[in-house]
Ligand binder design. Structure first.
Ligand code: PEP
Ligand code: MN
Length: 337
């Protein structure tokens, strides 16, 4: 449930509501908007029986929330959230572009990709250090050395660094070298990992699980936020359907649905949805047209030699071409690059 305070309610009114919630063993999350304050009630609302909150001074109304997530809900923060990663704001008018290879393979490979995507206008360098692969025999990543390479190249090029963690064992080292942590599709419901990244306080990119509903995805975001880390960005990367022409099916409709139900920014990963380089640009443009806050795209200096996801990685020139097209679509929907 959220409690909407009246425009012009006083600090005393707000404090009285918060004290009552605390007395009943409930948490209170305050969101102070330009018009009015919204108080999110955290915990079992049956503890409020007989409290008659709506009769309290300064209270406009109490709105039940039908879904189980609260902090991630749009009701809680009607104006929406932005996530600031070292000065790069995700969720504002400007789209955020993340790009880089699927996996960190060598320092030279990462540097070449980074210089290319930086020149194209990207703000973030992506690259997998720990690779969650379907087969245990496939390349599993350079692990901690991968994070160190990303950091060195990120510092050289002025790009922020994002990389995936696959288990809580890597959190400390990933936090040391990365500006943002990625939770991959396979770990979207690894609740212990979600809580731990929540406790780390680092900005998190939370990918949608391959067979997860939007509600399950937002519940996963709530796990991170419930630990006090509100720096969560969602990423739609395609879901499993009956279609086999693409690796996954990009759920473009997730963008408007998430914008309606959640206050969190949302990015599109067209690469893992498409599975094929030729489909990446159209899906990316569709995502931006639908209102996504940016893109995360796989770019490799020489995709044919890639040790993972070779078929879907863009060359640097192809990425540059994509960014130009994104710029035109962004302008058409009132956004900018
Ligand atoms: C990735 O981005 O490297 C990745 C493995 O993606 P996903 O978790 O979406 O499959
Ligand atoms: Mn990949």
């Amino acid at each position: 449930m959220i409690i909407l305070m009246k425009t012009g309610s006083t600090q005393q009114d707000i404090d009285a509501v918060v004290s009552l919630l605390k007395e009943r063993g409930l948490g209170a999350n305050l969101s102070t908007g330009s018009q009015a304050t919204v108080i999110g009630v955290l915990g079992d609302k049956t503890k409020l029986e007989g409290a008659n909150l709506e009769l309290m001074e300064g209270v406009e109304k109490c709105v039940p929330i039908m879904h189980s997530y609260k902090l991630a809900s749009r009701e809680m923060t009607p104006e929406g959230r932005t996530v600031n990663v070292g000065g790069v704001v995700i969720g504002g008018k400007k789209l955020v572009m993340m790009a880089g290879p699927c996996a960190v393979e060598s320092e030279e490979q990462v540097r070449e990709a980074a210089l290319g995507v930086k020149e194209a206008g990207a703000q973030f360098l992506r690259g997998g250090a720990y690779k969650p692969r379907t087969s245990p025999y496939a390349f599993q990543g350079l692990e901690d050395e991968g994070y160190r390479i990303l950091r060195r190249v990120g510092d050289e090029t002025g790009l922020k660094v994002i990389s995936e963690i696959v288990s809580h064992d890597e959190i400390d080292v990933a936090c040391k070298y990365c500006d943002m942590l990625q939770i991959g599709a396979r770990n979207m419901q690894n609740f212990r990992l979600l809580r731990e990244v929540g406790r780390s306080g680092k900005p998190v990119l939370l990918k949608r699980g391959v067979a997860s509903t939007i509600e399950e995805w937002l519940d996963a975001a709530e796990y991170i936020m419930s630990e006090g880390n509100y720096n969560v960005v969602l990423c739609e990367r395609g879901v499993r359907t009956f279609e086999t022409a693409t690796r996954n099916t990009l759920d473009v409709s997730a963008v408007p649905v998430v914008r309606e139900r959640s206050c969190l920014p949302i990015l599109i990963d067209p690469s893992h949805a498409a599975g094929k380089a030729a489909y990446v640009a159209p899906l990316a443009l569709a995502g931006v047209a639908a209102g996504a806050d940016g893109l995360i795209v796989e770019v490799h200096p020489n995709p044919r030699t890639a040790r993972s996801d070779a078929a879907q990685q863009l060359t640097v020139p192809a990425y540059k071409e994509l960014v130009e097209k994104v710029s035109a679509v962004a302008a058409a929907v009132g956004r900018e690059l």
